[in-house]
Design a protein around this ligand. Structure first.
Ligand code: NAP
Length: 219
């Protein structure tokens, strides 16, 4: 697929690299140093452009910028209507914040009218994602995702798999608080999960129950 990466830093750059290695076409955008962006694009076999160029190019748009830079990135991106968006952001730092009781996913989806909004790649550090991508069998690492567009989520689930992770659908944007910052008891944010432990989390979220204790892995 053609994938636009808006913010090709630690998370966006790494995800672009993984998706490019899996055969997807990437266009990187949104940098204070366009030459550096071009170098990374050349290295992974993609291209670089402006955020608006990238949105025009991409069937899927990965948004991976610091929380405080989201308004600028969205302004430069232009309309995302009809695009599948994968939001990797977490609500740290400056900028407008979700209201009490509102998930960051709901808040951001509302900032992208018409977008086929999903959220993923946000719960694990960039270093861990880079190191653990591509694990196989029982050790494959879960990448949680959420969204309200079922067809968009099917595609995003495939992309998560292509990037080397096990996709697990938490539910809609209203249900995804467990995969959002900050790291805390009772949430999957910041924790490694493998598939064997993921189903019980999803069951608990669907039932409105507390999730089981965080699993511990040896390797
Ligand atoms: N780092 C993690 O471990 C991690 C894990 C999960 C989720 N996240 C979330 O993912 C999002 C991206 O995090 P990241 O760690 O990948 O960030 P990062 O490494 O700082 O990358 C941010 C990207 O945005 C670009 N950018 C363009 N204009 C910017 C501006 N005005 N201010 C700041 N950056 C600008 C930067 O490009 P230039 O520097 O070339 O300008 C850079 O490529 C954040 O919302 C973060 O909370 C991060």
């Amino acid at each position: 697929m053609r994938i636009a990466i808006i913010g090709a830093g630690r998370i966006g750059g790494n995800t672009a690299r993984l998706l490019a290695a899996a055969g997807h076409e990437t266009m990187l955008a949104f940098s204070r140093d366009q030459a550096k962006l071009g170098e990374l694009a050349a290295e992974i076999g993609g291209s670089a452009g402006s955020p608006a160029d990238a949105v025009g190019f991409g069937e899927v748009v990965l948004l991976s910028v610091p929380w405080g830079a989201i308004p600028t990135a969205l302004e430069q991106a232009g309309s995302l209507s009809g695009k599948i968006v994968v939001d990797t952001t977490n609500q740290f730092g400056s900028g407008p914040m979700p209201a009490a009781g509102q998930t960051a996913a709901q808040f951001n989806a509302a900032r992208m009218p018409g977008a086929r909004y999903t959220k993923s790649f946000n719960t694990l550090t960039s270093a861990f994602q880079a190191a653990s991508a591509g694990r196989t069998g029982a050790e494959r690492v879960v990448q949680w995702f959420c969204g309200d567009d079922v067809e968009a989520k099917k595609i995003v689930g495939q992309l998560i798999g292509d990037a080397g992770f096990a996709p697990v659908d938490v539910g809609g944007t209203a249900d995804c608080a467990v995969m959002e910052a900050p790291r805390r008891l009772g949430a999957v944010y910041g924790e490694e999960y493998r598939l064997a432990d993921a189903e019980a989390v999803v069951d608990a979220v669907r039932a409105g129950r507390a999730i089981p204790p965080t699993p511990k892995y040896d390797a």
